[in-house]
Write a protein that binds this ligand. Structure first.
Ligand code: AMP
Ligand code: FE
Ligand code: FE
Ligand code: ZN
Length: 281
């Protein structure tokens, strides 16, 4: 089985529509695809409709930006009930806060550069979870940078003069909420240290106590020693291990299927999660 459990569509900061993503999954010879847009379930229905005809098992999911001790922590939430009121409120809150933050960041950028929020709206699908990649796309559109990479390096990185944070729930709370909604959580790229501060082993242990299911060990942002550490921590805490691409279409070099998750782990996620069925295939 070829299963990729972490991908983004244009409902967040990927560039493929959900239907295009499912078709790309088939072209990449995947059997199982999880759609994990940032803080939204907006793409679920379109992807689910396309999955069956393409012979893809679709795992409906999200990637939630959370925090631990002020550190940004990404949690993948799988197969939860998308009508769970408290969980949906958290995601709504995050998306609204992201919009305010994006407007403010663009206002700051606009003091030095030729850019306005209309330029961001022009490169964003209605309803999309707005993130820095969309501001990057607007900068590209205005000829100010050549790539998202350059936009992050020059203007959008944390600590830079234009960077602002947005609302993010506490990670342990999010783990509990996803579980209450019948789903399972996996910590995304936990030890991608070159990005900045990462979780301590104790933070992961606390999340395991809250009900975390697994760690995404195989991810291109993990160096060999990061993978080794993730495997060791997972083994010590009795957590499952996943691997995935974190595909963003043409927004990042990550290719579908470049890391995969074992069939037994995929089946375990499906069996322990009751919020929504797997669709397609
Ligand atoms: P945000 O959620 O608005 O804080 O933006 C973070 C998102 O930007 C991540 O989910 C990545 O997909 C993307 N990202 C982060 N760094 C880069 C980079 N150097 N080049 C392209 N995309 C990036
Ligand atoms: Fe992203
Ligand atoms: Fe992430
Ligand atoms: Zn991601």
């Amino acid at each position: 089985m070829r299963a990729d459990l972490h991908t983004h569509s244009a409902c967040s900061d990927g560039t493929d529509s959900p239907a295009e993503l499912v078709r790309a999954a088939r072209e990449a010879a995947l059997d199982v695809l999880a759609l994990t847009d940032h803080d939204t379930t907006l793409g679920w229905d379109e992807a689910a409709e396309c999955a069956g005809p393409q012979g893809i098992e679709l795992i409906r999911a999200v990637e939630v930006s959370t925090q631990v001790r002020g550190m940004s922590v990404h949690l993948l939430g799988y197969l939860f009930d998308p009508t769970h009121a408290e969980l949906m409120q958290e995601l709504d809150h995050a998306r609204r806060s992201r919009q305010t933050r994006a407007r403010k960041m663009v206002e700051l950028l606009g003091q030095d550069l030729d850019i306005g929020y209309d330029d961001v709206l022009a490169v964003t699908r209605p309803g999309t979870t707005v993130g820095r990649p969309h501001i990057a796309d607007a900068l590209i559109g205005n000829g100010l940078v050549a790539s998202r990479e350059e936009a992050f390096a020059k203007y959008l990185h944390p600590g830079g003069p234009y960077y602002l944070t947005h609302y993010a729930p506490q990670a342990a709370h999010l783990v509990e909420l996803v579980a209450a909604a019948g789903g399972s959580t996996v910590l995304a790229h936990p030890f991608a240290g070159w990005r900045g501060r990462t979780e301590a082993d104790q933070d992961v242990a606390d999340l395991a106590d809250a009900g975390l299911f697994g760690l995404e060990a195989y991810h291109r942002d993990h160096r060999r020693e990061d993978v080794r550490r993730a495997l060791e921590v997972a083994n010590r805490l009795g957590l499952a291990v996943t691997g995935s691409s974190d595909y963003h279409g043409s927004g990042k070099p990550n290719r579908l299927g470049e890391n995969l998750t074992d069939q037994a782990v995929v089946r375990a996620i499906q069996e322990r999660s009751s919020g929504v069925p797997v669709t397609g295939s």
